[in-house]
Design a protein around this ligand. Structure first.
Ligand SMILES: [Zn+2]
Length: 459
C-alpha cells in the first residue's frame, strides 16, 4: 500500500509539473479581490393628480390604486420641506455594494443607498445580518447613504406634519435586507483586481450656500480593475455635494446627479459604479442654471468624465492588504426638536439611545446619547475615514491633516446620520444647519474621536 501511494504521488507530481512551472512564470498574483452588486430599493409609487399643487395627495384627487386597498399610499420624500409625496418614478433607487478581500482573507464590505440617510441602528442591524449570513465581520461592514433628497424618508422627519413620521418600518426593513443581499451577491463575485485611484479638483457645479464659502471641490475616485486592463469590476466616486439638483418641488423618485454619474462611469469602463458623498455640510449644493433633469444629467456626466480622465492618467496603486479598524462613539443630543421627535416616535431608534445613568429614573432631565461608529480603512496609499453625518469642509480639512495616505478620502453619511456637524466657532443660535444638528458639541467631539482612531496602531 505504501509503495503504491508513493508511486501515485510521484506520478501526480510528474503530471502536475508543467502546470506548476506555468504558474511560476505567470505575472505576480494580485493580493486583492473585489466583487460588486446592486439591489433595487425602489418602492411602488401610486401616481396622483396634484390639482392644488400642494405636493401631496388630498381627498378627491384622482390616483392610481396600485395595491387596490382603496386608499392612497403616500411615499414621503426625505429632504427639503415636510409632506412632499412622490407621484412617479424617474429612475430606480439602489443599494450598491463592493466587497473586498485580501490574501489573508480579511474581508470588508461597503454599501451605499440612494436615500437621505440611514440611522445607526439600521446600520448596526445590517452589519450583524451580514456577519450571520455571509461571514464578513460586522465591524468590517461600512454602510452609507448618498443623502439623496428624492427617495423615501428613512429618518422620519419628512412626514405630512411634525407629529407624523415619514418613515415606515416595512420600507426600512426592505432597505436593510437589500443592503445585506447586495453584500452577499458582491461577495459571491470576488475576483482578482488591481487598484487605481485618482483625485481632481472640479468646482464647476459646486457652491457653498452658507458663509464663509468653503468647499471641498476635489473629486476622488477609486477603480478596482480586471488585472492588466482599465476595465472596472467596481468604481467608487466620492464628491462633496448634496444630490439635490432637482430641488424642493420635484415629486419623481430619482437619485439625482449620481444616477447620471454612475451610468456614465459604467458605460465607459464597465462594472458597477458607486457614488458616496464626502463632506457636504456648510452647505455644499449644486450650482446649476436650472433645477431639472437635464441639469442633473449634465452635472453627473461632467463629474464622471473628469473622474475617468483623472483615472486614465493614474498608475496602479500597490495594495497588498486591507487594514480596517473602527471606534464606537457616543455623542449627546442637545437639539430639543429632535428630542421631541424621538419621544413621539417620529424619529426612529429612540429605544437604542444611551443615558449617563441606567434605569427609567436616569432618563429624567438627562441628555440622551446617540451611538455610532467611525471607520478607518487603508488600501495601500488610499486612506479612508467615515463620518456619520454632514461634515463642514472646514472640519474635513482638519481631519485630513491628521491622515497620512496619498489619497485621503472622507465618506460622509456613513454608519448613521446625526445631521450637520459644525465647527464650534461657527455655531449660532438660529442657523438652518444648527436646527438640523444634534448639537454644538458634535464637531469638537468628532475631531477628538477621529484623532484617537487614526493614531491607534493597526490590529
Ligand atoms: Zn443635507
Amino acid at each position: 500500500m505504501i509503495t503504491r501511494n508513493i508511486q501515485n504521488a510521484l506520478l501526480l507530481a510528474v503530471l502536475l509539473s508543467p502546470l506548476l512551472a506555468a504558474q511560476n512564470s505567470t505575472p505576480p498574483t494580485h493580493a486583492l479581490r473585489a466583487g460588486a452588486a446592486t439591489v433595487d430599493i425602489t418602492p411602488p409609487v401610486e401616481p396622483f393628480e396634484d390639482r392644488n399643487k400642494n405636493l401631496r395627495h388630498d381627498a378627491g384627487e384622482p390616483f392610481e390604486d396600485l395595491n387596490r386597498n382603496q386608499r392612497f399610499d403616500p411615499i414621503w420624500l426625505g429632504g427639503f420641506g415636510k409632506g412632499r409625496a412622490a407621484n412617479r418614478i424617474n429612475d430606480p433607487l439602489w443599494a450598491r455594494a463592493i466587497v473586498l478581500a485580501d490574501s489573508n482573507n480579511v474581508q470588508i464590505a461597503l454599501v451605499v443607498v440612494d436615500l437621505v440617510g440611514l440611522l445607526h441602528v439600521d446600520c448596526l442591524d445590517i452589519s450583524q445580518a451580514v456577519e450571520r449570513a455571509h461571514g464578513i465581520p460586522a465591524q468590517n461592514v461600512i454602510i452609507g447613504s448618498t443623502h439623496n433628497h428624492h427617495g423615501p424618508d428613512t429618518l422620519g422627519l419628512w412626514g405630512p406634519r411634525f407629529s407624523r413620521t415619514g418613515a415606515t418600518p416595512s420600507y426600512r426593513a426592505r432597505v436593510r435586507n437589500a443592503c445585506t443581499r447586495a453584500i452577499g451577491e458582491a461577495s459571491n463575485r470576488l475576483t482578482p483586481v488591481q487598484v487605481r485611484s485618482a483625485q481632481i479638483s472640479d468646482g464647476v457645479y459646486l457652491r457653498d450656500s452658507r458663509k464663509p464659502a468653503v468647499t471641498d471641490p476635489i473629486l476622488r475616485a477609486i477603480r478596482f480593475e480586471i488585472p492588466g486592463s482599465d476595465r472596472a469590476v467596481a468604481s467608487l466616486f466620492v464628491y462633496s455635494c448634496h444630490p439635490e439638483v432637482l430641488w424642493s418641488k420635484n415629486q419623481a423618485l430619482t437619485s439625482d446627479f449620481p444616477h447620471y454619474l454612475r451610468n456614465q462611469v459604467e458605460s465607459d469602463s464597465g462594472g458597477i459604479a458607486l457614488f458616496w458623498p464626502g463632506v457636504i455640510g456648510g452647505l455644499q449644493t449644486p450650482r446649476v442654471a436650472k433645477k431639472d433633469f437635464a441639469h442633473a444629467e449634465k452635472m453627473g456626466r461632467h463629474l464622471a468624465q473628469r473622474g475617468l480622465e483623472a483615472l486614465s492618467q493614474a498608475s496602479i496603486d500597490p495594495v497588498k492588504s486591507i487594514e480596517i479598524r473602527h471606534r464606537r462613539v457616543l455623542w449627546p443630543i442637545d437639539n430639543k426638536i429632535f428630542r421631541l421627535a424621538i419621544a413621539l416616535g417620529v424619529l426612529p431608534g429612540g429605544d437604542r439611545l444611551e443615558y449617563p445613568r441606567p434605569g427609567i429614573l436616569g432618563r429624567i432631565g438627562a441628555r440622551p446619547f446617540i451611538p455610532s461608529r467611525l471607520f478607518h480603512l487603508r488600501l495601500g496609499p488610499i486612506e479612508i475615514v467615515t463620518i456619520p453625518g454632514e461634515l463642514f469642509p472646514e472640519l474635513g480639512k482638519t481631519i485630513r491633516q491628521s491622515m497620512t495616505g496619498r489619497n485621503r478620502i472622507l465618506l460622509g453619511l456613513t454608519d448613521g446620520m446625526v445631521g450637520y456637524i459644525l465647527p464650534a466657532d461657527q455655531w449660532t443660535a438660529k442657523g438652518y444647519e444648527e436646527s438640523m444638528s444634534i448639537g454644538k458639541e458634535t464637531g469638537p467631539r468628532l475631531i477628538e474621536d477621529m484623532r484617537a482612531l487614526i493614531s491607534t496602531p493597526p490590529r
